[in-house]
Write a protein that binds this ligand. Structure first.
Ligand SMILES: Nc1ncnc2c1ncn2[C@@H]1O[C@H](COP(=O)(O)OP(=O)(O)OP(=O)(O)O)[C@@H](O)[C@H]1O
Length: 576
């Protein structure tokens, strides 16, 4: 909690003002019974109207001060808590941006979203309440007790027996509540996860008629959340009646003992009234306190979840001695005896891979599914690090380069074309923030998508739906390629990104890409694409089986010949 609360530092003045005003309100509240005792003992019981008027006006003045303090306090509390929430959300978001894939394995996307929204809101609300009323409750209890001693020690002793016991009880409730609310937040993660998967896969769910199954999955997650929340709230529900019961008994004790003392003349009536008044206020404060304890234990659970993200060590950051002057100039890629395995797995995704892609060359990577093609790609922009061996660009080990420098010269088109909500133009310019209109159009033309864009209702200004739902698979692929080439990268990585294109469009695209002075690595399943490349790498089970151009591989590799023959047959069948 302390780490999260350190985000309040920039707003310490607002916090200090809010707390000062809380104390002002509190002071007024504590003085009121004392004034009342004076009115009763010196005014009403002695029938002195002037005294009643005098103290009455003073009481009214204090009330006005308390009212003004309350309003200003709300203003500063809201400012501090909202700004705090904004800052924590920003920090979390930036932290998540720096995560490696291994880090992402630790938290589900749904959990990260819950942490960034619901968990922060819990803390934000509790903070607002703390600055408004939370401190008032415990201070009112302590202050009420102290004032009761000032009024009459004997009667106050009755209260002093009960109050510490109740404090201990509330501390226990807070710890227990913290554990219960942690589970509630986890169940919220699970429910959000089901919801997220459901929305992402809605087309699949409809075509597979899995609506009932999905409703059941959601009902189960929702039920779990309800059960856990009810369990947590039940603890809080019994807390308040227990507190009220004990406090009311102590008030009865004060009245009973006070009655005896008044009869013997050792205590005044006003004093008994004042003590009962303090006891009532303490009771009120305890009931607010039990409510606050609930919010606080929930905020504590939430802050632990936030700190968990903030404290996660990013295992793929720039090396301390990474040279910021190193930039990709030519685009020569070299793998030297590279072996790689995904964190937490036992088998190698790549084993002892060595090859060179010279500047300007087009290298096709061919291999069965699961043979390690995408894994090989991911080592180039350092999405993962090789376990042994070296990946170098222009002779520089990628681990020696600043990630920002390295990635700024790489155009990457992933297997699944992912577009963002926004216009077509924004989606292309996403690859280069300061891209001019000419550059955007050029990229669109070379990616063979310009004609399609011109047929859209608002051309480049057409808004794409979420994940580009109003484009076909092949159109999305070409738009993703435009996004990658707009930055005129030195290295272009195409991960099976032309799979949805017909042969004519693909040939035109590959031809247009030749105009870019970059090294192109293209993962493909199509022999027709591989044939166009200067070099073909043949992967099998994470090993580099063979390399060469189309002609040489036809001679040297039986596997290549098999793939070639099978695809040739398919084509013949297709054209027949
Ligand atoms: N994130 C991951 N964590 C653990 N193992 C993975 C991960 N991604 C891939 N693998 C494993 O690594 C191996 C190589 O996967 P990779 O995605 O590189 O294959 P690929 O040749 O690109 O396949 P495809 O053509 O189907 O895309 C596979 O056995 C796969 O199960």
């Amino acid at each position: 909690m302390i780490k999260v609360l350190s985000y309040l530092k920039p707003y310490r003045i607002a916090v200090a003002i809010a707390l000062f005003l809380t104390f002002t309100e509190l002071a007024v509240e504590l003085v009121q019974p004392l004034l009342m005792a004076k009115i009763i003992d010196n005014g009403i019981l002695k029938s002195d109207l002037a005294i009643v008027m005098k103290w009455g006006v003073i009481m009214l003045g204090f009330s006005l001060i308390s009212f003004a303090a309350g309003v200003i306090n709300s203003f500063y509390s809201a400012h501090a808590s909202q700004s705090f929430g904004f800052d924590v959300r920003m920090s979390l978001f930036e932290k998540v941006q720096s995560f490696s894939f291994a880090n992402f394995n630790k938290f589900s996307a749904a959990s990260l979203i819950t942490r960034m929204t619901n968990d922060i809101t819990q803390i934000q609300n509790t903070l607002f309440m703390s600055l408004r009323i939370m401190l008032r409750a415990p201070l009112l209890i302590i202050g009420g007790l102290v004032m009761a001693f000032v009024v009459n020690v004997k009667l106050a002793l009755i209260l002093s027996v009960v109050v510490p016991f109740l404090f201990i009880f509330l501390t226990w409730v807070m710890n227990k509540g913290g554990m219960l609310f942690k589970t509630v937040q986890e169940k919220l993660d699970s429910m959000n996860n089901v919801m997220r998967e459901n929305l992402n896969g809605i087309r699949l769910i409809k075509t597979f008629n899995r609506r009932k199954y999905e409703v059941k999955r959601f009902t189960d997650a929702n039920e779990e959340l309800k059960v856990r929340t009810v369990k947590a709230l039940r603890l809080m529900e019994v807390t308040m009646p227990i507190l009220l019961f004990i406090m009311n008994i102590s008030i009865l004790g004060v009245l009973w003992f006070g009655n005896i003392q008044v009869n013997t003349g050792s205590v005044k009536v006003g004093e008994v009234v004042a003590i009962v008044n303090y006891a009532t206020r303490i009771t009120g404060a305890f009931s607010i306190f039990s409510f606050i304890i609930m919010a606080f234990s929930r905020a504590r659970a939430s802050s632990k979840r936030i700190v968990e993200v903030l404290d996660t060590a990013v295992d793929l950051s720039d090396h301390a001695d990474a040279d910021s002057s190193l930039l990709i100039k030519k685009g020569k890629i070299e793998f030297k005896n590279v072996t790689f395995q995904y964190p937490g797995t036992k088998t190698f995704a790549l084993e002892n891979i060595s090859f060179i892609a010279h500047p300007g060359e087009t290298v096709a990577i061919l291999g069965a599914t699961g043979s390690g093609k995408t894994s090989l790609f991911q080592l180039i922009p350092r999405l993962y690090d090789a376990c042994s061996g070296e990946v170098s660009i222009d002779g520089m080990d990628v681990r020696q380069m600043k990630q920002e420098n390295l990635r700024s010269q790489i155009g990457f088109v992933p297997q699944e074309a992912l577009l963002f909500t926004g216009t077509v133009k924004e989606n292309i310019a996403w690859g280069k923030e300061d891209a001019s209109m000419d550059e955007i159009i050029d990229a669109a033309k070379n990616a063979q998508i310009y004609e399609t864009i011109n047929n859209l209702p608002n051309k480049l200004e057409t808004k794409l739906g979420q994940k580009g739902v109003n484009l076909s698979g092949g159109q999305k692929q070409r738009l993703s390629i435009a996004r990658a080439i707009v930055r005129k990268p030195k290295i272009l990585l195409l991960d099976d990104s032309t799979s949805a294109l017909d042969m004519r469009t693909e040939a035109k695209l590959l031809h247009a890409l030749k105009a870019y002075t970059c090294t192109i690595l293209i993962i493909t399943q199509k022999i027709s694409t591989a044939m166009e490349a200067d070099k073909i790498l043949l992967l099998e089970n994470g090993r580099l089986l063979d390399e060469g151009n189309h002609e040489s591989l036809l001679e040297s590799s039986e596997l290549y010949r098999q793939i070639f023959r099978s695809q040739l047959r398919e084509e013949k069948i297709n054209y027949a």
